[in-house]
Design a protein around this ligand. Sequence first.
Ligand SMILES: NC(=O)c1ccc[n+]([C@@H]2O[C@H](COP(=O)([O-])OP(=O)(O)OC[C@H]3O[C@@H](n4cnc5c(N)ncnc54)[C@H](O)[C@@H]3O)[C@@H](O)[C@H]2O)c1
Length: 303
Amino acid sequence: MPDFQRVLVTGGAGLIGSSLVEHLVDQGCDVVVVDDFSRGRAENLAAVSDHIEVREGDLEDPGFTSQALGDPVDAVYHLASRAFGVAYSQGRHVSILHHNEAITHNLLTSLAKQPPQWLMVTSSSCVYPDDGPDIIPEMPLFTREPEAVNWGYGWAKRLLELKSELFARETDTSLTIARPFNIFGERYRWAGNFSQAIPMLVKRVMDGEDPVIVWGSGGQRRSYIHARDCARMMHALVAAGCDDGAVNLGTEKTVSMLDLVARIAQAAARDPKIETDPSKPEGRFTKSAEMTRFEGLVPDFDA
Ligand SMILES: NC(=O)c1ccc[n+]([C@@H]2O[C@H](COP(=O)([O-])OP(=O)(O)OC[C@H]3O[C@@H](n4cnc5c(N)ncnc54)[C@H](O)[C@@H]3O)[C@@H](O)[C@H]2O)c1
């Protein structure tokens, strides 16, 4: 297992990043968090605030990025990205691509001056095309278009993967590429109508909406894991020395959107009618993670 003392986490105040920071502090690392707090929150890091250094600023700003990443670290976990729910992504593909591309460009340009031993970058299952298998293996990219409802975001993640691969080869840096599927957690920051599916549905149920409207047919199926597990899986991949291509992070188990709302309603002791709006996009019908690769790399992972 690589032995890192000083670790930098971009997006470390966010949903997944804050759990990763806690986990790294637990492992005895000195952690530097870089975040603009556009989506992350200081309270997510309250439990470890005495053990970390926070550098607040926007990674789309080259000056800030070069300063924030200016001193040597052993490993960089890159999670910062501009991402919202499908209602936001629609019609904003180009701006999402531009924002995320700027972050990638600034990050890699700055790291090139002083490459870390290890770089972990966070891609996404949105890199996969809509017409692939239901249980998605780590398919090669650039053959078809990424997921249509997240087209700009999917391309941004594809480019992040490609550029990071080239960077790693040129600078002799070890590279882990994580492709998380759908992640949820109580630290998700509410983004109004642009929120992701679980927080959106929880809010509708808790607001007493009746009926609760589910986008699309409602039969579409997603696989969810908690942000804490995703963070542990990211760290486990690096600890296992995985530096040979992308790895899915998720589960093969899926739940339909209609079932998901029913479970949320049951947990909240509410009983709303549940209806669908087929005029709204639902994305690919089934999105489930083929996990053989992760299981082979980290056979003793405590799920
Ligand atoms: N949540 C999911 O379902 C999911 C699925 C696949 C991939 N991902 C990826 O995982 C990573 C973490 O996602 P998350 O769910 O924790 O989201 P998040 O929005 O909670 O975390 C992203 C963090 O990055 C910060 N950030 C955003 N833009 C920044 C910028 N320009 N400069 C500095 N900081 C910036 C935000 O403030 C936030 O703390 C992202 O790269 C995301 O694309 C998430």
